[in-house]
Design a protein around this ligand. Structure first.
Ligand code: SF4
Ligand code: SF4
Ligand code: SF4
Length: 349
């Protein structure tokens, strides 16, 4: 009986999922008796990559080289298996789709810019995927089960219950009751609720259930006191591109060469600044003229008041003078009258 030929490949990822398979150290030799592992760079130095029955692919598509690799792998195999969260949902690297390039581009090394990267996406967005083994990393036992079913000629099956199911079987206290942000109700199970067993909330690394009710979990978590932003971030962490069914989760559309695009807005910014400056300066001029007018008015009013004052003073002075003149006239008249009186009196004598 000919053994099925198997290959393990990796695109952009951390190799955690490939290691997960290697951690089945007790069973690997047994597996090797039943399948022909042709390519696995942790085990074999040389690639023997003409044709395969099954290929497991770890990592996501994040460069033009990845696109070429996944297309060539697809042509070589009858069955393609997405291994781990990166390959299945895009995992944490796909979060980049939701961040403005200006916020991360300064973190990239100059050499990395030569890689010719593309927006990170799961492999199913580039080629047809036959099966998925989710998780970050993919569960080592699930990989083993998958290979056993394959050898036995059975159709490998997806785990179709949420994490909560296994969590309740393990008699864990629900973390939602302790106001922790657990995504167990919407996350595909099969990991034996490994996180909630240790009292850590489920972050959804195995991706959402096909019938995940995102608006409802968001509402529930909001009622627990979590902000919309915090919920959105948690939902995006491991399966951002799958969660985009929710209107608020739409990714940012970034056209080719995001790095250059970041530089271009500088010119636009300068233009915009000029426009804003014009708009801002114009009213300033208006304000300045208004202010000047007000000042002039005030000055005029003050001057008028001063003129009035001086005029009043002048009038008073002249009035006084005339009064004193009259008085002096009267006095002189009186004096004259008294003199004439004396003369007449003498003449009369
Ligand atoms: S799914 Fe997790 S463990 Fe696997 S390659 Fe991606 S980051 Fe690494
Ligand atoms: S702790 Fe999380 S996984 Fe467990 S029952 Fe509660 S919500 Fe579900
Ligand atoms: S409990 Fe949630 S986060 Fe933890 S391994 Fe399972 S699916 Fe992933």
């Amino acid at each position: 009986m000919t053994k099925p030929t198997v290959g393990f490949y990796d695109l952009t990822g951390c190799n955690g999922c490939l290691l997960s398979f290697v951690f089945n150290e007790d069973e690997i030799l047994h597996i090797a008796k039943h399948v022909d592992i042709k390519t696995f760079r942790f085990i074999k130095e040389k690639k023997d990559d003409k044709q395969y029955d099954v290929v497991f692919v770890e990592g996501l598509v994040a460069s033009n080289e990845d696109i070429e690799s996944i297309k060539s792998i697809r042509e070589k195999t009858k069955i393609l298996v997405a291994l781990g969260a990166c390959a299945c949902t895009g995992c944490i690297p796909a979060y980049r789709n939701f961040i403005e390039p200006s916020k991360y581009v300064y973190l990239t090394y100059d050499k990395i810019k030569e890689i010719n990267d593309v927006q990170p996406t799961p492999i199913s967005m580039h080629v047809q995927v036959d099966y998925s083994i989710p998780g970050c990393p993919a569960d080592k036992k699930q990989i083993l089960e998958f290979i056993k079913e394959l050898v036995l000629g059975k159709k490998p099956h997806d785990y179709d219950r949420p994490v909560c199911f296994e969590c309740k079987l393990n008699e864990n206290r629900c973390l939602l009751d302790d106001n922790k942000m657990c995504l167990g109700p919407i996350t595909r199970g099969g990991c034996n609720a490994i996180c909630t067993n240790g009292k850590f909330e489920c972050w959804g690394c195995r991706g959402p259930m096909p019938d995940a009710n995102l608006p409802l979990i968001s509402k529930l978590l909001e009622q627990k006191g979590f902000s919309k932003d915090a919920i959105k971030q948690r939902l995006r962490t491991f399966a951002a591109l799958q969660m985009e069914k929710l209107p608020v989760m739409k990714p940012i559309v970034i056209k080719k060469k995001a790095v250059k695009k970041v530089k271009k807005p500088k010119k636009k910014l300068a233009k915009a600044k000029k426009k804003v400056a014009k708009k801002v300066l114009k009213p300033k001029k208006k304000i300045a003229t208004k202010m000047a007018k007000k000042v002039v008015k005030k000055k005029i009013v003050k001057k008028k008041a001063a003129i009035k004052k001086t005029a009043k003073k002048m009038i008073k002075k002249t009035a006084k003078k005339t009064v004193t003149k009259k008085k002096t006239k009267n006095n002189s008249n009186k004096k004259q009258k008294s003199l004439f009186g004396k003369l007449f009196k003498r003449l009369g004598k």
